[in-house]
Design a protein. Structure first.
Length: 364
C-alpha cells in the first residue's frame, strides 16, 4: 500500500477545484489496489489501515480536507473516532464512506446518527472528491447558519415568554392590591341580594387545552348551570352538529340584578386576576371556555385557538363584546387570528382599547 505522509508536506493555500491534485485527503482503507490509483490522482493525500492509525497520523498543522472510509463498519469505533475528532477540534473535517464497504442497513444508521456527511461509490467518483468537499462545506455552513437562526429564534421566544409572564404577574398583583376594597363592596352586594357563594368557580380550558379552576364573582342564581338545557332555544349562537358551540342568551333570566351590573361593567371578571397571578391565564388572550364549549373545538379546523393563552381581555372583547349578531365562526376566527399573530405590540393595542369595551350595551 502506498502512502504519502502529510507531516512532510507544505500546506498549499489553493482552491481545490483549480489544482485538484494538491488536495490532501485521508483514506482509511486496506484495499491496496484501489488506494494506489487514488493516491496517483491525489499525490498529496495519504492512507492508513484503520481508525486507530488515523488518529496517530492526523497532523493538526496539516489537516486533511476530507476523510474517506473504505473499511467494514465498526459502529463503536466510528463513534469513538467522531468523539476524538470533536475533542481535538477536528469536527469540521467532512467524512464520507465508500458504499461498497457497507451493508444496506449500515447506510441508514450512518445518516440517522449523523456519523458521516455522505456515502458514495468511491471507485467511480473519486476524481470528483474535491467538488464533493466544496459541496459538503457549503451544506454544513448552511446548516450551521440555520441552526444559529433557530437558536436565536428560540432564545427570543423564551425571552418574550418570560417578559410577558413577568408583566402578567406585576399587573395582576398591583391590580389585586388596588381592588381589594372593591372586592369587599361587591361581596357585600352579592350577599345582600341572594343566598349563595360570593365567587363562582368552574373548570375551564385554556392554552393547550389545559384545564384549570376559573374564578368570577357570582352573577347568577346558584343553580344556573343546571338549567342550561332548558334555555338552549334562546341561545344567540346557532350551530350545527359539526360546528363550534357557545352558549349565551339575551336577558338571561338566571342573572341577578347585582350580577347584571357586574357583567355590564365587567367587574365580575376581577377575580380572574388571581388566575393570572397563578399562571392559569394572561391579562390578554382568548377567553377560557367552559368544557362543554371547549370540547366542540378540538377539530383541526378550530383547535388552533388553544395555541394562545387564556386571557381576561382579548381580540374578541374589543371587537364585538356584547354583540348579539356575532356568529360562532366569527368569534372563533377572531380567536384563531389572535393565536396566529400574537405579539407584545398587539397585546398592548388590545389593552389600550379594553377600557372602551368594558361597558357592554346588550344584556348578554
Amino acid at each position: 500500500m502506498r502512502s504519502s505522509n502529510p507531516h512532510d508536506q507544505t500546506q498549499l493555500l489553493v482552491e481545490p477545484n483549480i489544482f485538484i491534485k494538491q488536495n490532501v485527503f485521508l483514506f482509511i482503507s486496506q484495499n491496496s489496489a484501489e488506494i494506489s490509483e487514488y493516491l496517483d490522482y491525489f499525490p498529496n493525500s495519504y492512507t492508513v489501515n484503520d481508525i486507530s492509525e488515523a488518529q496517530q497520523n492526523i497532523d493538526p498543522q496539516n489537516l486533511p480536507e476530507l476523510i474517506v472510509l473504505d473499511i467494514p463498519l465498526n459502529h463503536f469505533q466510528l463513534v469513538g473516532f467522531k468523539v476524538w475528532l470533536t475533542l481535538n477540534q477536528f469536527q469540521k473535517i467532512p467524512i464520507i464512506y465508500n458504499e461498497s464497504a457497507l451493508k444496506k442497513e449500515d447506510v441508514r444508521q450512518l445518516f440517522t446518527q449523523g456519523l458521516v456527511d455522505d456515502v458514495v461509490s468511491l471507485n467511480s467518483t473519486f476524481k470528483k472528491l474535491p467538488y464533493k468537499v466544496g459541496f459538503i462545506r457549503k451544506l454544513n455552513l448552511s446548516k450551521q447558519q440555520d441552526r444559529k437562526e433557530k437558536q436565536a429564534k428560540e432564545r427570543f421566544a423564551l425571552v418574550k415568554l418570560y417578559t410577558m409572564r413577568s408583566i402578567d404577574i406585576i399587573i395582576s398583583l398591583i391590580a389585586l392590591l388596588l381592588s381589594l376594597p372593591l372586592f369587599v363592596l361587591i361581596a357585600i352586594a352579592i350577599k345582600l341580594e341572594s343566598k349563595g357563594p360570593v365567587f363562582y368557580t368552574s373548570l375551564r380550558a385554556g392554552k393547550g387545552f389545559k384545564i384549570f379552576r376559573f374564578f368570577k364573582f357570582r352573577t347568577m342564581v346558584t343553580n344556573a348551570d343546571k338549567i342550561v338545557d332548558e334555555l338552549s332555544d334562546l341561545n344567540i349562537y346557532k350551530a350545527g352538529p359539526k360546528q363550534p358551540h357557545f352558549f349565551k342568551i339575551v336577558n338571561d333570566p338566571r342573572i341577578t340584578k347585582v350580577g347584571s351590573f357586574l357583567r355590564n361593567t365587567s367587574l365580575d371578571e376581577l377575580p380572574q386576576l388571581v388566575n393570572v397571578f397563578k399562571g392559569d391565564m394572561s391579562i390578554v388572550g382568548n377567553r377560557p371556555l367552559p368544557l362543554y364549549e371547549a370540547t366542540t373545538l378540538t377539530t383541526n379546523e378550530w383547535a388552533e385557538r388553544f395555541m394562545a393563552p387564556a386571557g381576561i381581555t382579548g381580540l374578541w372583547q374589543i371587537s364585538k363584546r356584547g354583540s348579539t349578531d356575532m356568529s360562532n365562526e366569527e368569534r372563533i376566527l377572531l380567536d384563531i387570528s389572535y393565536a396566529r399573530h400574537r405579539s407584545f405590540k398587539g397585546d398592548l393595542k388590545i389593552l389600550l382599547k379594553t377600557p372602551s369595551a368594558l361597558i357592554q350595551k346588550a344584556n348578554v
